[in-house]
Design a protein. Structure first.
Length: 171
């Protein structure tokens, strides 16, 4: 029975290291999807002159990894017209989706800034804001990728080593 407990401790610590590694990987993928989605949104608004609601639905169809939900919810809120403040609708959409996204607090703050001019009549202002958000998200994605490449093996190794350390102490 003691050996089974030791195996469970070792496997759970190892699993924790792999899960943290997976969490960081998903964050990078979601940041890249957000960048892709915002670039598509910008082109829909700028070149196709698509109204924001339809552009958001188009972006939601193209993106994935949970990011599509964010654009879908925001498009739904805009279509419902229950609220006149688009920034408030955008923040509510972020809050509703935050449980399924693997983003950090800084990432959410950058995303919230998009809502400040979303839905405004001035397309140039929307384009500039989207460009600014994309550049900030791209910088975060690049930083996260560099950190992930350096520390991916570390997360997994620490999980295994902590498990082994606990097992050795218990023996």
């Amino acid at each position: 029975m003691g050996v089974l407990g030791l195996v469970l401790i070792l496997s759970s610590c190892t699993l924790a290291g792999f899960l943290y590694d997976n969490y960081e990987n998903k964050r990078i993928l979601q940041l890249e999807e957000l960048i892709k989605g915002l670039e598509i949104l910008k082109s829909e608004i700028d070149y196709k002159l698509t109204p924001l609601i339809y552009a958001l639905e188009e972006v939601a169809d193209i993106t994935g990894f949970g990011v599509d939900k964010l654009f879908n919810i925001f498009a739904y809120k805009l279509a419902q017209k229950d609220e006149v403040n688009t920034m408030k609708m955008w923040k509510q959409s972020i809050v509703e989706v935050s449980g399924s996204l693997h983003l950090k607090e800084d990432d959410y703050k950058i995303l919230e800034s998009f809502g400040s001019v979303a839905g405004h009549i001035d397309r140039e202002l929307q384009k500039n804001n989207i460009d600014w958000v994309i550049s900030k998200l791209r910088r975060k994605a690049d930083e996260a990728t560099i950190r992930y490449e350096k520390q991916s093996k570390l997360y997994k190794g620490i999980g295994i080593l902590v498990g082994l350390s606990i097992v050795i102490v218990l023996i």
